[in-house]
Design a protein around this ligand. Sequence first.
Ligand code: NAP
Length: 265
Amino acid sequence: MVKIEDLYSMKGKICVVTGGSTGLGSYMAEGFLAAGAARVYITARSENTLQAKAAELTGMCDGECIAIAGDLATLDGVAALSTTLHDKEDHIDVLVNNAGIGTGGYFEQLSVDDWDRTMDLNLRSPLFLTQALLDLLKQNASHDDPARVVFISSVAASEVFKHVMAYSTSKKGLEHMTPQLALALCDDHILVNSIAPGRFYSEMTRGAWEDPEDESFKQSLLRIPAHRYGGLEDMAGVAVMLCSRAGSYFTGEVLNLDGGHRLRH
Ligand SMILES: NC(=O)c1ccc[n+]([C@@H]2O[C@H](COP(=O)([O-])OP(=O)(O)OC[C@H]3O[C@@H](n4cnc5c(N)ncnc54)[C@H](OP(=O)(O)O)[C@@H]3O)[C@@H](O)[C@H]2O)c1
């Protein structure tokens, strides 16, 4: 009989989660370690928060969480992360391109600077970090045990709001890239998928949920069909499924992880 613990095991896997110091990235890093990953590299700019999260996660499991600080909005930052990972590992099993910023603003006020910093981090860095790490991703990838690339999109990719043009366009770009890259990398045994989260507890959304009595927060919970924000278990569960044997027949797919959010927009 199939063993459920083997299906969802990430035993011995080497993973990289960008933006892993807080929010969704930290939830996925925790999930990978809880599922048996040997090493999970997390990255972010703020070194103190990043080191604290790495120490916290290492203390919880048998594997190790390792912090690599840097700014992925720049191509130099992408190259520096790639160099560090090449120095430390001879292969990578899982790359989660999660680091992102949420920018807003109406078209009339949209500046070139806001557009560029949104695209640089949310769209350019996931593509070129994947390219920079391609040799490490290919190294151990096989027909029976493919490597994984995951992009973190957003329900915003499928919504039309006047005030999130740059952000939603960057996420739509990621979703469009997903099947293209999946096809480009299929002969290298690398599976490429996206997760499109709805509302989750994180630093990015802190202003919306910090006060649980806030009327607009309560209204937002009523609108979401699941009547709640997503959290650690929601994100960790789907990331582990996608990156373990359980999810190895998905490629080129966008998984909506939104408690039904998109159904009411
Ligand atoms: N929370 C939600 O409801 C939601 C919904 C849909 C999609 N998402 C997506 O989920 C991803 C994670 O966001 P989150 O909600 O978890 O927000 P978060 O808690 O603010 O986490 C963002 C992470 O990215 C890092 N980061 C930000 N700018 C960076 C840069 N220039 N270079 C390297 N790392 C950088 C942050 O650390 P530093 O600031 O220290 O660099 C942090 O580790 C994003 O792609 C976001 O678009 C979130």
